[in-house]
Design a protein. Structure first.
Ligand code: DC
Length: 209
């Protein structure tokens, strides 16, 4: 059984790395940001404000994991909304059991998010905290959205990323930060292949392979 925790800020490359690492070791992979994105989307769809604790908690409790496949969750608005509901401790608590059960599958799992190494899986076998300079992250996200024909500008994305970093890192409940025993990986000057090789090297060293 092997649990791998991948954390880091928006558009750091952690999602792509998590999937490739999961494929390499044949493990299931959970993008935990999708849980918060789906909660935010459902709160809005039911006509409530994102900071409405009761509505957000109800949405978290009634979340159906099959909703996580919806490509609309990956758009820019969903990310910002997710960061708002993610500040609510009751929402985080309601999503914890699902994340821990996912991690506890036979064989283990790869999870990516903001608090996997610190809160969700503090005993993970390997923890990586992926970072990249904000301008690099904004450019990556911009290219992704353009490829999907989302109407966005680089400036708006950079602004959103900086705002989200600040909100995710400064909240009281499970703030975004590297676990004490996490390996830091700065992908600013690495392409995906180089970042993947570096991440695999860090994990192998950690698990003694
Ligand atoms: O990884 P992402 O961009 O899809 O995450 C969207 C938001 O969800 C992020 O800004 C903060 C929140 N989030 C969180 O608080 N904890 C996690 N483990 C994952 C995401």
């Amino acid at each position: 059984m092997m649990i791998i925790a991948i954390d880091g800020p928006a558009a750091s490359g952690k999602g792509t790395l998590a999937k490739r690492i999961a494929d390499l070791w044949g493990l299931p992979c959970l993008d935990t940001g999708l849980l918060y994105r789906a909660v935010a989307r459902n709160v809005g769809a039911r006509g409530f404000k994102l900071n409405d604790v009761w509505a957000a908690l109800a949405a978290a409790r009634s979340l159906d994991p099959s909703e996580l496949c919806d490509p609309a969750l990956r758009g820019p608005k969903a990310g910002d909304g997710a960061s708002i509901v993610a500040r609510i401790p009751e929402v985080r608590a309601a999503l914890l059991a699902y994340q821990r059960a996912f991690a506890g599958q036979p064989g283990g799992a790869v999870l990516d998010g903001r608090d996997i190494g610190t809160v969700v899986c503090p005993a993970a076998d390997a923890k990586i905290y992926v970072t990249a300079r904000p301008d690099v992250r904004a450019k990556r996200r911009y290219n992704e959205y353009i490829a999907r024909s989302e109407p966005v500008t680089y400036e708006v994305i950079l602004h959103d990323i900086l705002k989200r970093d600040e909100r995710d890192a400064s909240r009281e409940s499970a703030p975004m930060r590297p676990a004490q025993d996490a390996c830091l990986l700065d992908t600013s000057d690495l392409d995906i292949e180089a970042a993947f090789d570096a991440a695999v090297g860090l994990i192998k060293r950690k698990i003694g392979q």
